[in-house]
Design a protein around this ligand. Structure first.
Ligand code: ZN
Length: 336
């Protein structure tokens, strides 16, 4: 070997430029479908094999800014990916958690989470640490992807065990609404709190990281909800929740979503065991459940859009709705 080649070999083997090894995320991504073109109603929306591949690349390029972690496994054993973003060398003043994709069909929530995450990786906030979970319910998400690839239209909400994770948490599980006996099924929640691995993974992360603020992204409705969902009384931090909600509204501008306590949506409405109550009641984190968009129904094609479940939650003009959602969640991250 010549001295030149030897020098090249040594520099190639040095810690400066390590031989790239596939991350666990990149390895998992390789097993995911990334259809091009995206089928049917999902046009404009990314499949997991597509956006997680992008995120794996970005994370690999900025290891000092973003750390990827699987916070647990789904009911069917899929990893639940979390991305921790922070400016290197700065002690964060605040910690914010954003999670999406609890409900299988609500893809707009993941679109918003991924867009936000890419922005934050490009320009991490000066003194806020942010964790983003694009898909908390990977089994539900996978089923919808398979449905779309087969051209099927199926209503899906739950996880791999068909449990609604949005009703699987431990705070405000007792049904207290006096009229609940009249419409009992309406107040249903899972048999035992934290019965599912996805719920336990989120609970464990909250206990470990102790976030100051959190948003769970859903669709649809155009509301910025805060606790309580399961009881009519105002939460102790009602004022703080309203104030931050107004900051999110202001960031959205014209046609902003409306801030409201979730149980005050309608006199009859309660959600027992919802994640928005658990995050606040169990972990003391200011907590929001954001219902993105005002639905994907297209009044020019009413029959088509009412018959197509994907369309209920996910509007066709995804860019506009993505921007509106990101504006709100960025305000949650950046507002003092
Ligand atoms: Zn939902």
């Amino acid at each position: 070997m010549s001295a030149f080649l030897l020098a090249l070999w040594i520099s190639g083997a040095s810690a400066e430029s390590p031989v790239p090894t596939a991350s666990p995320l990149a390895e998992w991504v390789a097993t995911r479908p990334a259809p091009a073109p995206v089928p049917g109603e999902a046009e404009g929306y990314a499949f997991t094999g597509d956006f997680f591949a992008r995120l794996a690349e970005r994370a690999a390029a900025k290891p000092s800014v973003v750390r990827v972690e699987s916070i647990g496994k789904s009911a069917k054993g899929a990893p639940i990916w979390a991305f921790h973003v922070q400016r290197p060398g700065v002690e964060p003043r605040r910690k914010v958690l954003v999670f999406a994709g609890i409900h299988a069909l609500e893809w707009i929530s993941t679109e918003v989470a991924v867009d936000l995450l890419e922005d934050l990786i490009d320009a991490p906030p000066p003194d806020v640490a942010v964790t983003v979970i694009p898909v908390l319910n990977p089994d539900g998400r996978d089923r919808v992807e398979q449905d779309l690839l087969r051209g099927e239209n199926t209503y899906r909400r739950g996880n791999g065990a068909n449990v609604d994770l949005n009703r699987d948490f431990a705070v405000n599980t007792e049904v207290r609404a006096v009229w609940s006996a009249l419409i009992p099924g309406y107040y249903a929640h899972s048999a035992t709190p934290l019965s599912q691995p996805e719920s336990r993974a989120l609970d464990g992360l909250l206990a470990r990281e102790r976030y100051d603020r959190s948003a769970s992204l859903h669709a649809f409705g155009g509301y910025i909800y805060f606790p309580w969902a399961g009881r009519f009384e105002r939460p102790e931090h009602w004022r703080e929740h309203v104030a931050l909600g107004r900051r999110m509204e202001a960031a959205q501008g014209a046609g902003a979503y409306r801030t409201r306590q979730l149980s005050r949506w309608g006199f009859f409405f309660r959600a027992q065991g919802a994640e928005v109550d658990h995050v606040y009641g169990e972990h003391g984190t200011l907590s929001y459940l954001i219902e993105l968009t005002r639905s994907g129904f297209d009044l020019r094609r009413p029959k088509h859009s009412f018959d197509t479940y994907f369309r209920w939650y996910n509007p066709a003009n995804v860019d506009r709705h993505r921007k509106k959602g990101v504006a709100a969640v960025r305000a949650l991250v950046f507002a003092p």
